[in-house]
Design a protein around this ligand. Structure first.
Ligand code: NAD
Length: 294
């Protein structure tokens, strides 16, 4: 089946990543349909795209007319039926294999046969997600970094059955969105999270073991290792639920105890302290200056 140029992109999940993917896709001229089960997430996503594009206009990196035109290219829906005619659908829903498999199985019956499916998963097997569809050759991993409009990288992951044509169409559109590609094998965590998440998890162990307080751990890695953000701030930014989900995938699938999620990190998630998106994680974000937990 010949695959055409990607002009219309669907995004499932309008959270932190979904709004960023919609932003860069609309900015490069694609039509975007964003779908979420939660109407409040869709409203918040549109407001975030508008706010972030306004910032680009203030900085002079985008014209006001282009920002307006880009926002007009984004439509939203709570039903996946709105994705039927998309050329590519990128799923960016919660990092949970059961949720993602359900989405792809349903989408398979809705999306036009030549439509490509992609997952923005941070760690889950692309081959396993593809296997719930009847189009594993048109299924791929497309892993953007957070925040999507700012971060230059996208990882592309071929599942066992992904066709070369699917890879080429998706690589083309990723480049059109201004991203640089790193191609990873379909292994837990791919490249970035295989290396990054164990470091963030270790920072949680350092806090749990009383090595230092939150602020000292972050300052040490910022100034001592040249990281732009301390590891606990970064974990809050990613979402602590997403961090635990990725560590569980690394732990279960690589079978090495060095990947076990830190109990303190799990406790934060159990408390609903999911990081910046929840207003509280290793820092409390209720005031202008985030306050460290300990
Ligand atoms: N946060 C990061 O730094 C980051 C970076 C790269 C990739 N990712 C991956 O991107 C995905 C999304 O992460 P996020 O940080 O945006 O999460 P998030 O919690 O901000 O948003 C998830 C969204 O998915 C929606 N959702 C849940 N179930 C759904 C369903 N069945 N159908 C439609 N929408 C549904 C929720 O309502 C929510 O709006 C995850 O797979 C995550 O691993 C996250």
């Amino acid at each position: 089946m010949a695959l055409g140029e990607i002009r219309h992109i669907g995004v499932i999940g309008a959270g932190q990543m979904g709004n960023g993917i919609a932003h860069v896709a609309a900015q490069c001229g694609l039509n975007v349909t964003m779908v979420d089960v939660n109407p409040a997430s869709l409203e918040k996503a549109l407001a975030t795209v508008a706010k972030n594009m306004d910032r680009q206009v203030q900085k002079g990196t985008m014209s006001a007319d282009d920002a307006k035109a880009a926002q007009a290219r984004i439509t939203t829906s709570t039903s996946m039926d709105a994705l039927a005619q998309a050329d590519l659908v990128v799923e960016a829903a919660t990092e949970n294999e059961v949720v993602k498999k359900k989405i792809f199985a349903e989408l398979d019956g809705i999306l036009k046969p030549e439509g490509i499916m992609a997952s923005n998963t941070s760690s889950i097997s692309i081959t396993r997600l593809a296997a719930v569809t009847k189009r594993p050759e048109r299924f791929i991993g497309l892993h953007f970094m957070n925040p999507v409009p700012m971060m230059a990288l996208v990882e592309i992951i071929r599942g066992l059955a992904t066709s070369q044509e699917t890879y080429e169409r998706v690589a083309e559109v990723a480049q059109k969105m201004g991203k640089t590609i790193a191609t990873s094998e379909d292994v837990p965590g791919f490249i970035v999270n295989r290396l990054l998440l164990p470091m963030l998890n270790e920072a949680c162990y350092a806090l749990q073991d009383g090595v230092a307080d939150v602020k000292s751990i972050d300052t040490a890695m910022k100034l001592g290792a040249g990281h732009p953000m301390g590891p606990l701030t970064l974990a809050d930014f990613i979402g602590l639920d997403t961090c635990v989900a990725i560590m569980r995938v690394l732990h279960q699938e690589l079978g090495d105890s060095k990947y076990r999620p830190c109990p303190l990190l799990v406790k934060f998630v159990d408390a609903g302290w999911l990081g910046k998106k929840a207003g509280r994680g290793f820092y409390d974000y209720s005031s202008a200056e985030p306050k460290p937990y300990r």
